[in-house]
Design a protein around this ligand. Structure first.
Ligand code: GAP
Length: 515
């Protein structure tokens, strides 16, 4: 039996994840044979299982196992007035900056710059130029290095000040013509302009302004627009939630970091409606905690999770508070799940725009009012990337002969692992072993995603399963067929420990761990 030693993070974790995702059929670039399409991805045979498992766990815990949340599925293309009322037509934009020479496009809030300030022998501080850098884990360092290089290049004497990075949205008009483009190194950048991120399409045969519609940029509006339908047809009473999962589309200026920010992605959102007099802060905190606990239940470690409270002065006027659950991705700590207290803004907007009141009559208080809402909104693809990030490890393992090798292992929770059990007959040319293994495989397959593999040395087969995150391998060996008890070898992915187990015990283990 092999034993694991300390796991080491690979030098470039992101590269390792992208490579594993491609190699083992988790994620491919969309339309790859045509060179790919930036910001779009396909999920392969294992990826689609992993994604479905995450979605199913969320649905089970968020909807089916709760008495106060119901689910819906609304259309991707909705009446264009929905997006006027929600504010998306007017305001769902990112600040865009063009480089006039390279034609590269940047999001202004991801493009950083700093004046290069040098203090001469006379004690006078002077700005001798500007430097720029794209947002990264080490933006300030990159800017400082660029500032030093500029000072050297211009042969300026004096003491260089520490750079004070600002993003391009904060550039003063007179600075814009001085800040170098990251592509050309020359001041070729345009002033920022608002770029609406909604994808447009046309509904019906006409392609004029009257037929313009949008691919939804969030699933949330479906819950607001169907609020009355759910209240009138369901047996919901405050506080209650409406949830849905589904595709959203955003024409992101800079899709990046693999599936972290793409142009077509899947959201899992829930609108939790509360009494207007209810304690919104209490519910807000309740849902932040719920979301964190849920992330842990699918295997994300506490050490990778943190909270970020949006600054009051940067919130929309109707917002009472937004907290993001942040995750330590390979490229830095970034937003995973936003939990927003939105007041009654959305229902109020739709009531005003449609003329259909969005009130509810509350039996307890005998009052009619527009409920307030707490909205936990998360991206499924981001959770997918988070579980790969947290689960990936390269370990040095030593076998019983003393040989050391590196094993790649994906420590996925059994709840979401794409394959729960691999069934392996020890030898493929022993009819009895194969027959018993196939019978077990068929039986397991009725309830679980399992994999049958008879090719190659047993150690190699274990490694193939480790790499795709299969929590258990079951080997049908000579003890199975020769000894009493019909037991198999159960090999655990993380500890690599082996023990004997009966079929009934195996099903009991799965029942307990896969829920
Ligand atoms: N209804 C609120 C809403 O959509 P958001 O913060 O814009 O809020 C919610 O999006 C979540 O959707 C984010 O926390 C993130 O997990 C995911 N998300 C947003 N844009 C994304 C993109 N371009 N690619 C992948 N996931 C994205």
């Amino acid at each position: 039996m092999s034993s694991p030693a300390a796991a080491a993070e690979p030098a470039n974790l992101m590269e390792a994840l992208v490579s594993l995702a491609k190699r083992r059929g988790f994620v491919f670039q969309s339309s790859e044979i045509y060179g790919g399409l930036n910001g779009f991805f396909d999920y392969g045979p294992l990826g689609v299982e992993l994604k479905k498992n995450i979605r199913d766990c969320w649905w089970a815990d968020m909807v089916r196992r709760r008495d106060d949340v119901v689910g819906i599925e609304t259309s991707i293309i909705m009446h264009p007035k929905v997006w006027e009322a929600s504010g998306h037509v007017a305001g769902f934009s990112d600040p865009l900056v063009d480089c006039k020479v390279s034609k590269n496009r940047y999001r202004a809030d991801q493009l950083f710059f700093a004046p290069v300030v040098v203090t001469g022998a006379d004690g006078i501080a002077q700005t001798v130029g500007y430097v720029s850098a794209l947002e990264s884990e080490k933006t300030a360092e990159d800017l400082q290095a660029a500032a030093e290089q500029l000072k050297r290049k211009k042969a300026i004497q004096g003491t260089l000040a520490a750079v004070q990075p600002r993003d391009f949205t904060e550039a003063k008009p007179e600075e814009i013509s001085l800040i170098p483009s990251p592509a050309t190194g020359n001041p070729d950048l345009t002033p920022p302009r608002a770029f609406n991120m909604m994808f447009q399409t046309n509904v019906g045969a006409m392609t004029d302004a009257s037929s313009v519609a949008y691919l939804r940029p969030e699933t949330a509006q479906g819950m607001f627009v169907d609020f009355k339908n759910v209240v009138d047809t369901g047996r919901v009473k405050l506080p209650f939630g409406i949830a849905q999962t589904g595709k959203s589309f955003r024409n992101e200026i800079t899709p990046r970091n693999f599936i972290f920010r793409s142009r077509e992605f899947e959201q899992m959102e829930m609108e939790f409606f509360i009494h207007e007099d209810d304690d919104w802060a209490k519910w807000h905190r309740y849902w932040i905690n719920w979301c964190k606990d849920w992330l842990k239940s699918i295997g994300l470690p506490d050490s990778h999770l943190s909270e970020y409270d949006h600054l009051k002065e940067k919130l929309a006027f109707y917002s009472k508070g937004t907290t993001d659950i942040m995750f330590k991705f390979p490229f830095g700590v970034q937003e995973l799940w936003g939990i927003a207290a939105r007041g009654n803004y959305d229902l109020g907007q739709h009531a005003a725009a449609s003329g259909v009141p969005q009130t509810i009559f509350d039996e307890a208080s005998k009052k009619k009012f527009v409920p307030h809402v707490i909205e936990p909104a998360v991206g499924l693809d981001r959770i997918f990337l988070a579980v790969l990030t947290a689960g990936y490890a390269e370990e040095q393992v030593t076998d019983e002969k003393g040989n050391t090798e590196t094993r790649t292992v994906l420590r996925l929770s059994p709840r979401i692992a794409p394959v729960k059990v691999a069934v392996l007959p020890l030898l493929k040319n022993k009819e009895q072993l194969v027959a018993r293994a196939q019978a077990l495989h068929k039986k397991l397959q009725r309830r679980y995603a399992v994999f049958y593999d008879e090719g190659g040395a047993i150690g190699k087969r274990y490694r193939r399963q480790d790499e795709i995150g299969t929590p258990w391998c079951v080997t049908i060996d000579f003890d199975t067929i020769e000894k009493e008890g019909d037991t198999f070898t159960l090999r655990e992915r993380d500890s690599m420990a082996q023990r004997r187990i009966t079929e009934a015990e195996l099903f009991a283990l799965l029942e307990e761990q896969v829920y």
